[in-house]
Write a protein that binds this ligand. Structure first.
Ligand code: NDP
Ligand code: 8X3
Length: 257
């Protein structure tokens, strides 16, 4: 039996992309997988796929991570057998727009900051005390290469991922003396619904992002997450920075002509 078999994992933002692939990857390891997001239909479809993939149990619930009270209530209301979360994957996140900061719409900033920074904090605050009490746990946050180098027109999205990096580092420091682990997974470009959401459904513009590039796939990130989560208990993987072979950092790409 593998290290993750029977472990309880919660993945936020599991209705799409990296979160979905991560939930399925934990299911294949025989974990007990809890998934949440806002789109209920997608979670329902995912639930049966998780069972088929080998999850030892599956639990789904609707959650908007931007709503602190909902987050607190949802975590407090987890059925007894789901309350002891061993691995929390703080994946829910998004970008909105690609615009100069002095011309941008404040609603875009608020949605990104509320989801990527405050949402991550709310879920962490609700889950980590239980991990400390039980003497076991692992928090895996979704960062980005965008948190290392800011790209043009992406100041606020990049700012949220720089905040994620600082929060992951700080959480690790705060948890010193406990066995709770903290990892930040920091990918470059991954082919998901990310760009379509960023450009509010403009598929043509979204496709251009990945044009003449071989992007990472959600499964690549899920592999790294499962790898970090399955190290022996004394090993803390701090960060995994990963890009496609066609990307050097958040601003340098090689597009095949
Ligand atoms: P997707 O758009 O495919 O998935 C985003 C997920 O986040 C969805 O399941 C969505 O679910 C969920 N989500 C968004 N807002 C909320 C919210 N308020 N409450 C709960 N869930 C929410 O994009 P990715 O899979 O690419 O993105 C996942 C994470 O990976 C994000 O944090 C992103 O910043 C990060 N990332 C992405 C990269 C990329 O190139 N794609 C690279 C580096 C990092 P729903 O809408 O149903 O609520
Ligand atoms: C998502 C990757 O480079 O599109 O974090 O910002 S990027």
């Amino acid at each position: 039996m593998g290290y993750l078999s029977g472990k309880t994992v919660l993945v936020t933002g599991a209705s799409s992309g990296i979160g979905r692939a991560t939930a399925l990857a934990f299911a294949r390891e025989g974990a007990r997988v809890a998934v949440c997001a806002r789109r209920e239909e997608r979670l329902k479809e995912l639930a049966s796929e998780l069972s088929q993939a080998g999850a030892s149990a599956v639990h789904t619930f609707i959650l908007d991570v931007r709503n602190r009270v909902s987050v607190e209530q949802a975590i407090a209301a987890l059925p007894g057998e789901w309350a002891a979360i061993d691995v929390l994957v703080n994946n829910a996140g998004l970008s909105r727009g690609l615009t100069k900061v002095y011309e941008d719409d404040h609603e875009n900033w608020e949605e990104m900051i509320d989801t990527n920074v405050k949402g991550l904090l709310y879920v962490t605050r609700a889950v980590v005390p239980g991990m400390v009490e039980r003497g076991r746990g692992h928090v895996i946050n979704m960062g980005s290469t965008a948190g290392y180098i800011t790209y043009a027109n992406g100041a606020v999205y990049c700012g949220t991922k720089a905040a994620e990096k600082a929060i992951s580092e700080g959480l690790k420091i705060d948890l010193m003396g406990t066995p709770v682990r903290v990892t930040s997974i920091d990918p470059g470009m991954v082919e998901t619904e990310f760009s379509e959401i960023r450009f509010r459904g403009d598929k043509e513009r979204a496709e251009k992002v990945y044009q003449n590039i071989t992007p990472l796939q959600p499964q690549d990130i899920a592999d790294a997450i499962v790898w970090a989560a399955s190290r022996p208990a004394h090993v803390n993987i701090h960060t995994v920075v990963m890009t496609t072979i066609d990307q050097a950092n958040s601003v340098v790409f090689h597009r095949h002509s």
